[in-house]
Design a protein around this ligand. Structure first.
Ligand SMILES: O=C(O)c1cc(=O)[nH]c(=O)n1[C@@H]1O[C@H](COP(=O)(O)O)[C@@H](O)[C@H]1O
Length: 272
């Protein structure tokens, strides 16, 4: 999907919500466990109930890999379902990959070609040649971890090296790579106070912002410095939406939570 198309969907829906499909088999309502593929049935119900309120879904690959080949099957079915039923939705493989060039080439093939995701999250630690294979795909997006939402972000990312925070160096250097127009960046909602500085370096790039809801980040705080003319934000919530209820009404409960965020987003977009 092109960035232009993503922006037009954001404007059309009045939403920059990304729903995280961190589908944990141990948290799925018990009535679904008799289904042949409970994870897919859960995802399908969540998607059907919320697709009009969000612009993106982000399956976290760990939750699927943890179920072995069955998990990979559930993932494949989920992405196929999204592409066929809701082709206007932006899909994110939250895989946090990145390796030497020929290995990254295989990761890029797996997520962009085989599974058909629009984007994938990658870790910048191994540098340019570990990211370039992802960037060569047209109309696919590589989402680089910049400043993450967790406490461990302070271990390396905010450390000064040659007088500059490591996360700033990651953003500045990656901006110079070939096909860097295909880059988006992860900035945790719990780190909203850093966004003014980040926007000075990348005034327009899209940011994937996880950490509202369960991790305590604030939507309003993120928007204060993160919003751009073209929105420039995808705000993710996973547990706060998909586990709003553990009963038979789980999909409806998820749509109520998504609606709460979408309503706030529509106002923020309007006032921007
Ligand atoms: O890359 C991510 O999506 C990510 C980066 C980050 O800095 N923090 C973070 O929480 N995430 C992911 O975003 C999701 C957050 O889930 P909730 O805290 O349940 O909303 C999880 O899938 C995390 O793996």
């Amino acid at each position: 999907m092109t960035t232009q198309k993503l922006v037009s969907e954001i404007k059309r829906k009045g939403s920059f919500l990304c729903i995280g499909l961190d589908t944990d088999i141990s948290k799925i309502p018990s009535h679904l466990l008799q289904a042949q593929d409970p994870v897919f049935e859960f995802n399908k119900a969540i998607i059907d109930a919320t697709h009009h309120l969000c612009v993106a879904y982000k399956p976290n690959i760990a939750f699927y890999e943890a179920n072995g080949s069955k998990g990979w099957d559930s993932l494949q079915k989920t992405v196929r379902y999204l592409r066929e039923q809701y082709p206007e939705i932006f899909t994110i493989a939250d895989a946090k990959r990145g390796d030497i060039g020929n290995t990254s080439k295989m990761y890029a093939k797996a997520f962009f070609q085989d599974l058909g995701f629009d984007s994938v999250t990658v870790a910048p630690y191994m540098g340019k040649d570990s990211i370039e294979p992802f960037l060569t795909f047209n109309d696919k997006h590589t989402i680089l971890l910049a400043l993450t939402s967790n406490e461990g972000a302070f271990d390396f990312q905010t450390r000064l090296v040659d007088g500059k925070e490591v996360y700033k160096t990651v953003i500045e250097v990656s901006k110079g790579w070939q096909n860097s127009q295909n880059l988006m960046y992860v900035v945790g909602a719990t780190k909203a106070e850093y966004l003014m500085e980040i926007r000075k370096i990348i005034p327009n790039n899209f940011l994937l912002v996880p950490g509202v809801g369960a991790q305590g980040g604030s939507l309003e705080e993120v928007c204060k410095y993160g919003l751009t003319e073209d929105c420039g934000l995808l705000i993710n919530s996973s547990r706060g939406i998909i586990y709003a209820s553990s009963d038979t009404d789980f999909a409806r409960a998820a749509s109520i939570k998504a609606q709460e965020l979408q309503t706030k987003m529509a106002i923020l977009l309007h006032d921007n």
